[in-house]
Design a protein around this ligand. Sequence first.
Ligand code: EPZ
Length: 423
Amino acid sequence: MDRLLIRGGKKLNGTVEISGSKNAALPILVATLLTDEPCILHRVPNLRDVRTTLKILEYLGKKTTYQNNTVTVEANGKLKNDLPYELVKQMRASFWVAGPLLARFHEAQIPLPGGCAIGVRPVDIHLKGFEKMGASCQTESGNVLIRAEKLNSAKIVLRFPSVGATQNLLMCACLVPGETVLENVAKEPEIDDVIAFLNKMGANIHADDKGRLIVHGVNALHGAEHTVVADRIESGSYMLAAAATRGEVTVKNCVPEHNAILLEDLQEAGFALDIGETFVHVHSYEGDIKPLRIRTAPYPGFATDLQAPWMTLMTLCCGTAEIDEDIFENRFMHAPELVRMGADIATEKSLARITGVKTLSAAHVQASDLRGGFALVMAGLCANGETEIERVYHIDRGYENLEEKLTRLGADIRRYNPDRDDF
Ligand code: EPZ
């Protein structure tokens, strides 16, 4: 399996271009199941999870092509409405095929996505919403069979603004006659991008003045072309890497307002930023990094996906910083690895307390999840010496061309596979 070798202690300098959003591209690719007509998607990042989603679409009966970040999805015979565990276990988001398959075929048989490193990650909110629309959900031996004689429009209040449940229920409601109202929905920018694509396909979705999503069902959806929104987690990750290495970096082709809270917190921590329409310039800063207390929350709150990279920045603060991880129950796996690199972090349940140290030291560490893996990359960039990171496949799920982008910023980073390369 691939590993990363990073010789740290160098400031990042220069410009990095942000890719299309993984967390918008995945649901948008799944939404192509709602039509038999061709769909063309641009700025689809070349990531492991995207390739897994294309495999899922092919398994279900679509024909896909993928060239220079453009994906075409076309019909290729009758769609299946079941998924094998092999595919679902690779990526939790595969559960989102339920909505489109239920809407079109009134039946879907899908393995329950197991938990993952960051938490149990149930799908009760998804299933309750389908039941409100008239479906029955039977779970047995790890699969869920979702069936409906007839689907009816409904008023659905999500008990928690789940991103995936919002998207799954939206995709189903598009083809359900009548007016479906979704309340207490997720408001992440990726949801807006999915809604934009669905409306381009002929859906009728809008938000009312109370922030509820109103869906007027239509008989069928047609093909559409769409360019995926910039990845706000990737852009935030590179801003944090620039800040942690005291570098001077322009993060281009991003949507600064999607990182509003992070920009505020970075400035409060002492960093000067120039914020443009489509870029953020992080100025080099040699002063003390102020310790902050942050709490992760649904958008527009502090993104849980940026908690781990933020923690790495706080390992170098001048005092004691605190992080409340209020979204996932087990999202501090990067903390013990950072401690092995010299950080001073104590975690208890959802609270992490980070007491700043002067420098981090290189070590042999392993990634346990996607964003925790990036946090270790950041630590390696800051640490003196050569850090080796194992299980890079986690990081490959969400950061397109990671080494190329970091090398272009002046990092000394290379990928190797001990079973194949003889470094
Ligand atoms: C999406 O996951 C993202 N993944 C995650 O990004 C992100 O961390 C998360 O939203 C929160 O922003 C994709 O978009 C592919 P949720 P999702 O449903 O939809 C609980 C990354 O690093 N919950 O909003 O699975 C759940 O357990 C990934 O790119 C229920 O209890 O997240 C969690 O504690 C990691 N029941 C919380 O809600 C449900 O039915 C938020 O989950 C659904 C969720």
